[in-house]
Every structure is written in structure tokens, then in C-alpha cells.
Ligand binder design. Structure first.
Ligand code: 13P
Length: 257
């Protein structure tokens, strides 16, 4: 039995303005009262412009909810128009920063060099990176999904200390399962999540591999989360669409009850 605390993270993507985000977090706060939040860590990744509002509600209502950015600048500060630094996120009480989401890789050309720099920037700011990896359909069909995903993993974590590697969260999100309703089978998720853990074992040893949390993402809903979480190497979920409804996301968070 694993001692890893499950982590359910909601990636809002480019949805919900600050007022809508406020309403969602307020409702989520109510619904999380029925969830044993000592047994699961619940996280939201709102658009940057919503984070100040999320911070205010979470702190004033004492909601057991962590939050973070959907992205982070690789740079500390300075002339990088449009970017948001780790320090800025940290100053808003954020705990996490997603790095290398497939939508960042596809639409913003982020490669392993960039994801590696962002992972390091997150640690430097005292944030935990959620490094997203996963293969497009082509690689899956060619049977190269493990190889492809592990190359993203290894590039993204290069140069981390063992202590950092134990803290990082890895999210396996096969691109063909994102927003398509096409969820990977629990066995598909388990296969790659295990390979990710074994790759970490080969680089950093048992204590890192056994501590690190590996999430699955791609069309996760309350109706399929229990089965996915039944797999040994799946420690949580990175949820897109289903995290935009408080009732549904609270059900996902409460998958153990
Ligand atoms: P969906 O849950 O909408 O498929 O999105 C998954 C995802 O990309 C989360 O980061």
C-alpha cells in the first residue's frame, strides 16, 4: 500500500474569469466539507488573473485547497513581456506551477530545454512543479508511447537534486485523451505511470521513486476516477473540463468515500 497522498488537480485552462472563478471556489469550499481532505490533496490551477481572488477566498473561508499557475516563466524577473514569475505566484500563496502542458508544447513550442528551465524556476521560487508529459496519437499507434513520454520526463527533470525529484509531481497526459472524452484505460494509465516511476528509480533510487506522485490526466470524470485510482502507480489526476463544475470536481476529490 502506497504512503503517497493522492493529489487531485483541476486545470481550468483558459476558462472562468475572476468572478466565475470566485463562484466556483466558494461552491467548492462548501462541497469539500463532505470530503476527507486529510486523505487527499486538492489543487486548482486557475488563469493567472484569477489567482488573487482564489487566494482571498481560500484564506478567508479557510478552504483546504491549494492552488498554482498553469505555467511559469523560466526567468526570474525583467524584460519578458506577458510572463509571470515564480516569485509572483509564490507571493500570492501559490504552491504549484504546471510545466510543459501539451497545449504549451503544441501552441507555444515548449521543448525539453524550456520545460527543464521552468521546472528549475519553480523550485527556485519555492513552488512544486507539476511536469506534464504524454504522447500524441501517432506515437501511441506506433507503440512508441513509453519511449516518447520518458524522453520528455528525462529532459524535464535533468539536473534536479534527489530532494527536488522526490517533491516534483509528474502528470501523464496522453494528448489523444485530452478533451476528447477518450480516456486511457486504467491499464494504459498504469503502464506509463509505472514506467515513469521506474525511470525515476533508475536515476534517483528507491526513496525518490516511492515518494513521487504520478498523476493521470485526460478526460477524467467522477465516473472513471475510482477505477483509475485503483491502479498502483496512479497517485491522482490532472483534470480539465470536469474541474470547471464544483459538484463534479468535489466528487473526483472525494473518490475514496
Ligand atoms: P480534460 O480533462 O478536459 O480531458 O483535460 C485534461 C488536461 O489537459 C488537464 O491538464
Amino acid at each position: 500500500m502506497s504512503t503517497r497522498t493522492p493529489l487531485m488537480a483541476g486545470n481550468w485552462k483558459m476558462n472562468l474569469d475572476w468572478k466565475q472563478g470566485l463562484a466556483l471556489v466558494e461552491e467548492l469550499g462548501e462541497r469539500l466539507k463532505d470530503v476527507d481532505t486529510s486523505a487527499v490533496e486538492v489543487v486548482v490551477l486557475p488563469p493567472f488573473v484569477d489567482i488573487r481572488t482564489v487566494q482571498t477566498v481560500v484564506e478567508s473561508d479557510r478552504i483546504p485547497l491549494a492552488y498554482g499557475g498553469q505555467d511559469i516563466s523560466a526567468h526570474e524577473s525583467g524584460a519578458y513581456t506577458g510572463e509571470v514569475s515564480g516569485q509572483m505566484l509564490k507571493a500570492l500563496g501559490a504552491s504549484y506551477a504546471a510545466v510543459g502542458h501539451s497545449e504549451r508544447r503544441e501552441y507555444h513550442g515548449e521543448d525539453e530545454q524550456v520545460t527543464n528551465a521552468k521546472v528549475k524556476a519553480a523550485f527556485a521560487a519555492g513552488l512544486v512543479p507539476i511536469l506534464c508529459v504524454g504522447e500524441p496519437l501517432e506515437q501511441r499507434q506506433a507503440g512508441k508511447h513509453v519511449e516518447y513520454t520518458l524522453a520528455q520526463l528525462e529532459g524535464g527533470i535533468e539536473g534536479l537534486t534527489a530532494e527536488q525529484a522526490a517533491q516534483i509531481v509528474i502528470a501523464y497526459e496522453p494528448v489523444w485523451a485530452i478533451g476528447t472524452g477518450e480516456v486511457a484505460t486504467p491499464d494504459d494509465a498504469q503502464e506509463v505511470c509505472r514506467e515513469i516511476r521506474e525511470a525515476l528509480r533508475a536515476i534517483h533510487g528507491d526513496s525518490v521513486a516511492d515518494a513521487v506522485r504520478v498523476l493521470y490526466g485526460g478526460s477524467v470524470k467522477s465516473s472513471n476516477v475510482v477505477e483509475l485510482m485503483g491502479k498502483e502507480d496512479v497517485d491522482g489526476a490532472l483534470v480539465g473540463g470536469a474541474s470547471l463544475k464544483a459538484e463534479e470536481f468535489a466528487k473526483i476529490a472525494g473518490f475514496q468515500s
